[in-house]
Design a protein around this ligand. Sequence first.
Ligand code: SF4
Length: 380
Amino acid sequence: MTATARRLADIVDKVRAGERLTFDDGLALEASADLFTMGELANLVRERKNGNVTYYNVNTHLNPTNVCVYRCMFCSFRSDLKGPTAYVMTDEQILARAREATERGCTELHIVGGLHHQLPYEWYLGIIANIHREFPDLHLKAWTAVEWDWFERLTKRPTRELLAEMKAAGLGSLPGGGAEIFHPEVREKICDYKADADQWLRVHREWHELGGKSNATMLYGHVERPEHRIDHLLRLRGLQDETGGFQTFIPLAFHPENNTLGQGIPKPSGLTDLKMMAVSRLMLDNFPHVKAYWQMLGIKTAQVAQSWGADDLDGTVVHEKIYHAAGSDSPQEMGVAELRRLIEEAGRVPVERDTLYREVVRPEPAGRRWAAGRELVVLG
Ligand code: SF4
């Protein structure tokens, strides 16, 4: 047995015994090419936490503007104020998107965008307040920690106060974007200026302390090294130990098209994607869910990832702009029937969830309720 194989065997024993993995264990996983053992282990953890269920939701994206003061090197979405693709949606367009979401049966609107230097914080607050007033049943998952940090810079008011204000206006939860790679060796290269790791984690801590839930991400497959990824995961695990406010971790594969960082860097391979899924599931022992975001991974890899630690395929989406600008060749939306088929074909039980992982029961097909023990949201 090689030293690497012996090391992996130790990790197998630890995971089977329910022991927490260390930074060095994470590096050993990263160094291993034994994808099947990693998958088996990640699947063990996934099934301990979520059984045979794979979750999905019915959601729509809203990116109110792509004008952004920052120039993150991996970003293919942003535009300068006078750039040919620059846009700012009107209040009417924003409400029309929310109406469309409601009419399509969405339970969630995922709202993120650029940091527009000529729009005040009140514009962002108004988006939440206006949508919530018109469509109070739509869960609004809005603004990454980077945007919250920007709001603080704009208003000179503490993020905790802004979070509370927007919560009162109808904010439901926080998305996990903007985390990229926390380690300063990488962050300073790819997205200098914007919120650093401490600021990102502080915003989520404050939101959790207000009783809110949020998600977390990691952008992998560019200039980072394995130790940066493990460091990233352990910082998230540390905050989760303190607050318990994270619901889902979403490993995001870097897409190299139409951005400056991508020159000369190939897209992560399917093997890397599966390995990142498994390593994430194994290191984040206190996160309830790990998501295979099919828009980013591609449908085929996302489907397989259900056996490498993922228990969530995200949603039907609709109007996804950010990863398609970076070259994602996934469809821009997927129907519920197709999502369910992808889940069932992998031998899993599809369960529609709302943003807070309560099971959604729709009138059709009539009375279809999956397992007992999960909170149900019955839509009329
Ligand atoms: S990733 Fe976000 S903050 Fe960075 S340039 Fe793009 S839109 Fe702006």
